[in-house]
Design a protein around this ligand. Structure first.
Ligand SMILES: Nc1ncnc2c1ncn2[C@@H]1O[C@H](COP(=O)(O)OP(=O)(O)OP(=O)(O)O)[C@@H](O)[C@H]1O
Length: 253
């Protein structure tokens, strides 16, 4: 059974070694958020490094059927939280427990080897997921039909245009249904023709996944897809509840 449990999660990034006050002041000014764009906080850690605190004391639990939307201003910590759930970032404090197969639609290159062809990347991903030969062949055909790459399917990915890369990455990421789907809003943007085609595929995937965590600035996506919304503000939880409660408060801020 899929499960996500986050308890007291803190994430910080070291910025530099040393203790120069003026450098610290300069950095503080540089990372100070503009008005209405709350962001990370500078601190000094036990090893005297200046660190930027991006997430602080985040706790929540998700069970099968839960569809969580992350909302918040630029720099609030949404992408960082998704990356922590995907295991890309380790907690500095607290605990992240994720059980179930995870599909992360976070950026196009994630897990893609640019020296291999599109077809080889698909096969590798299939093997990584433990799929049978027959299943891998079906995924290959599915992605090929969706991405419409023609002969580029057998060319190294590094020769692709950015649009081709998006189509391959999106097709591949949505071909294998995970129990837990993590999605950054980047995947909800794209040219109109691509999005019409992509949206159906994405919605079918969202329906099949047991748990969804999606970050977006689009309230209508939250309304349509989510059962719960976590409003992040300056790296902390400002509000956690059903979309009907959190979205109006967020939009009226
Ligand atoms: N590796 C890093 N080193 C230092 N600071 C970082 C690092 N990654 C993120 N940050 C900072 O952490 C804060 C949160 O970033 P994050 O990308 O999680 O925000 P977000 O809510 O996804 O923003 P957006 O809506 O603009 O995508 C920002 O202030 C960002 O500059």
């Amino acid at each position: 059974m899929a499960l996500i449990s986050v308890e007291g999660l803190d994430i910080t990034f070291p910025l530099y070694h040393g203790n120069s006050r003026s450098l610290k002041r300069t950095l503080a000014a540089a990372v100070q958020p503009a008005r209405n764009a709350p962001s990370a906080h500078l601190q000094q850690d036990a090893r005297d490094r200046v660190v930027v605190q991006v997430l602080h004391d985040i706790s929540f639990r998700l069970n099968p059927g839960d569809r969580l939307g992350l909302i918040g201003s630029n720099g609030a910590g949404k992408t960082t939280l998704l990356r922590a759930l995907a295991g890309i970032y380790e907690p500095v404090a607290g605990r992240v427990r994720v059980s179930g197969t995870v599909g992360a639609l976070l950026n196009t290159n994630l897990g893609m080897n640019v020296d291999l062809s599109g077809r080889e990347n698909i096969r590798l991903r299939g093997l990584f997921h433990g799929l049978t030969r027959t299943r891998i062949a079906a995924v290959e055909q599915d992605v090929q039909d969706f991405a419409e790459l023609g002969t580029f399917m057998d060319m190294p990915v590094k020769t692709y245009s950015s649009g081709m890369l998006v189509r391959l990455a999106f097709g591949l990421a949505t071909a294998i249904t995970p129990q837990i789907l993590l999605m950054d809003e980047w995947f909800l943007a794209g040219d109109a023709a691509f999005m019409t085609k992509a949206r159906h595929r994405l919605e079918a995937l969202v329906d099949r996944a047991e748990i969804l965590v999606v970050s977006t600035h689009q309230p209508e996506v939250m309304q349509a897809w989510c059962t719960r919304v976590l409003w992040l503000d300056g790296g902390a939880i400002r509000m956690d509840g059903p979309p009907d409660m959190v979205l109006p408060a967020y939009l009226a801020r």
